[in-house]
Write a protein of this length. Structure first.
Length: 232
């Protein structure tokens, strides 16, 4: 099997959400054939670089998943399965990328704000950002403003992603942004917000830089925000 065939197989198995040979796949029963974790190790043994696997297989696979999701053929659980598959691959590849001196595209810190325990959407965005080449720090759910500020100071993210699924916790986003302003670090970070009850208008009202309506748009917006940050 040549390199292009291996990368194509990894991409296909990302789309099918197959972490290993025991997974059957979203569209067809592929049980018993190598999944992403096995294929990534085979690719590395064949001399394919970690960066090439990320760009040529994982990112392309998630791009395809995004297209299928937007067409209505995939639903949120399907996207989550594919994103978790990328996460398994990145666990293998991230140490190799670091050892090769390959810098991440950018740094993103993410959190579901105080009072809100919902994190599925945030988790999907985080995994997709990893697959797109970002270093991601996931602070978890029910995270208050002081903890977010501490992480921002220590981690130094280019982008901060805030998530909320409850209308009652949306105000925490505004509070967090205000605290970042008071602490003098808001100007150094681009802020993206997301969650079902949010809107672009709300994002603008609370002083965020962007609103991501779903995981697909969030990755595209992150790229735009990173480009803006580097132009400062």
């Amino acid at each position: 099997m040549d390199n292009n065939d291996l990368l194509a197989k990894i991409e296909l198995n990302v789309v099918q959400g197959r972490r290993d040979s025991e997974d059957e796949g979203l569209d067809e029963d592929l049980t018993g054939t190598p999944g992403v974790s096995e294929l990534v190790r085979i690719a590395l043994d064949e001399g394919i670089g970690a960066k090439e696997i990320v760009i040529g297989a994982l990112s392309r696979g998630m791009d395809k998943v995004g297209e299928i999701y937007e067409s209505g053929e995939y639903f949120l659980p399907d996207m989550l399965t594919a994103a978790e598959t990328v996460g398994v691959a990145m666990e293998i590849l991230e140490p190799l990328l670091a050892n090769d001196g390959i810098e991440p595209k950018g740094k993103v810190a993410m959190a579901t704000v105080k009072g809100d325990l919902h994190d599925i959407g945030k988790n999907i965005v985080g995994l997709m950002l990893k697959g797109a080449g970002y270093e991601v720090l996931d602070l978890g759910s029910d995270v208050d403003a002081p903890e977010i500020m501490m992480a921002a100071k220590e981690f130094g993210p280019d982008i901060l992603g805030l998530s909320a699924l409850l209308t009652t916790t949306m105000a925490e986003m505004a509070e967090t942004i205000e605290q970042l302003k008071k602490d003098g670090i808001r100007k150094d970070i681009k802020i993206m917000v997301g969650g079902a009850p949010l809107s672009a208008q709300f994002a603008e009202e609370i002083g965020a830089d962007a609103y991501g309506k779903d995981a697909i748009s969030a990755v595209k917006i992150a790229d735009e925000l990173l480009s803006q940050a580097k132009q400062r």
